[in-house]
Design a protein around this ligand. Structure first.
Ligand code: ATP
Ligand code: LTN
Length: 336
């Protein structure tokens, strides 16, 4: 019999902490589509992670649904990949508690995201914010994922997931696959349009700083026109020109043009023309995703069907790992 080559397993989640931005799209989501072609994939909406920061209930519900619909709209097929909402799969919270007990206070205290978020949300430094990486480890280990596509900001969390897996395996024998980062071709790191020294972020309080994946063409055009640049009126990629560099990187990611080609295209032209061109490129990049999203978001029964079926599949797969871990620890098992 011919031996079937088993595809490697890939898993990644995104928080529904706002509508994803052009940065999330160019830096992460667009790559998920390519990854889905090559690997055995599970993708999810990390709503449990999102409540480490206070969410408005009505908005939160909408953001979860929108994020799920957007995953399908970017091209992921809910029949071919597992596309789940984290809170609808109970094993995640269950394994997270267990992993909390195999994670040291000291190692969690070193997480830079926790240190940063404790400052930005100083009024709500909750235990969930601290234990966040153990929940993320549970997400990954439950599916025995081999590879996890993450941005640089999540690398430390992936390392702790590996440490937890190795530690558990060291005590009880092979239980979890130790995950590796999946470095896809360098996704664009998109910066805020209002402050190009900061990354574009969906939870930014200033809406001028980010392009949401669901912004209308008019809004996108307006935001690009008011993007912060500099006073030398020269489209050139250079140190100190953070605003222009950012616009060039967006334009390049949307059109596939090199920086040299962009400089040549706009030689002798002002920032006005350049900004309009970047806005048009971003509008075209997002148009097919928005069209699909607008169609899907009205098909509520279909979306809920996808959620339910995928939650069932995800529960079934992840339950096997949870059972295995619980058995090894010594939780009571029924005989019959
Ligand atoms: P939040 O504002 O809620 O912290 P965020 O917009 O910074 O969220 P995350 O949910 O933390 O985004 O990240 C989701 C994915 O998008 C990650 O893989 C991350 O690396 C990527 N990403 C986030 N922001 C950008 C950006 N500005 N440019 C490129 N990639 C990004
Ligand atoms: N913490 C990640 C989202 C996330 C994730 C995961 C990513 C939650 N669970 C598991 C990869 C694997 C973020 O904020 N980008």
């Amino acid at each position: 019999m011919e031996e079937q080559v088993k595809k490697k397993k890939v898993l990644s989640l995104i928080q529904p902490s706002g509508t994803p931005t052009l940065g999330n799209y160019l830096g992460a989501l667009k790559n998920w589509n390519e990854i889905a072609e090559e690997y055995d994939c599970a993708f999810g909406v990390a709503d449990l992670h999102a409540i480490t920061v206070r969410q408005d209930p009505a908005k939160f519900r909408e953001q979860i649904r929108n994020m799920y619909a957007l995953l399908i709209a970017i091209g992921l097929d809910p029949e071919k990949n597992i596309l789940f909402v984290q809170s609808q799969v109970p094993t995640h919270a269950q394994l997270a508690w267990i992993l909390d007990c195999y994670t040291q206070f000291g190692e969690m205290s070193r997480m830079t995201q926790f240190k940063d978020k404790s400052k930005t949300h100083a009024d709500n430094v909750n235990v969930g914010l601290f234990a966040y990486p153990a929940l993320m480890a549970a997400d990954i280990l439950l599916y025995q994922a081999d590879l996890v596509p993450v941005g640089a900001d999540q690398k430390q969390h992936l390392e702790i997931a590996r440490d937890i897996a190795d530690r558990f395996n060291g005590i009880y024998g092979q239980t979890f696959t130790s995950p590796e980062p999946l470095f896809v071709k360098e996704g664009a790191r998109v910066m805020s349009l209002a402050d190009p020294t900061k990354k574009m972020s969906k939870s930014d309080a200033n809406p001028k700083g980010f392009i949401s994946m669901l912004d209308t063409p008019d809004v996108i055009m307006k935001k690009f026109k008011s993007a912060v640049t500099d006073s030398d009126a020269c489209v050139k990629y250079a140190e100190g020109k953070d605003g222009v560099n950012n616009l060039m990187s967006i334009y390049s990611a949307c059109t596939g043009k090199s920086y040299d080609a962009i400089e040549a295209e706009f030689a002798g032209k002002g920032y006005g023309d350049f900004k309009v061109a970047v806005a048009e490129a971003a509008i075209e990049e997002l148009r097919p995703v928005q069209d699909k999203f607008n169609q899907l978001i009205n098909e509520r029964a279909y979306l809920e069907d996808c959620m339910k079926q995928n939650a069932e599949i995800a529960t079934k797969i992840s339950q096997r790992t949870l059972d295995k871990a619980m058995k090894k620890i010594g939780f009571y098992q029924f005989k019959g």
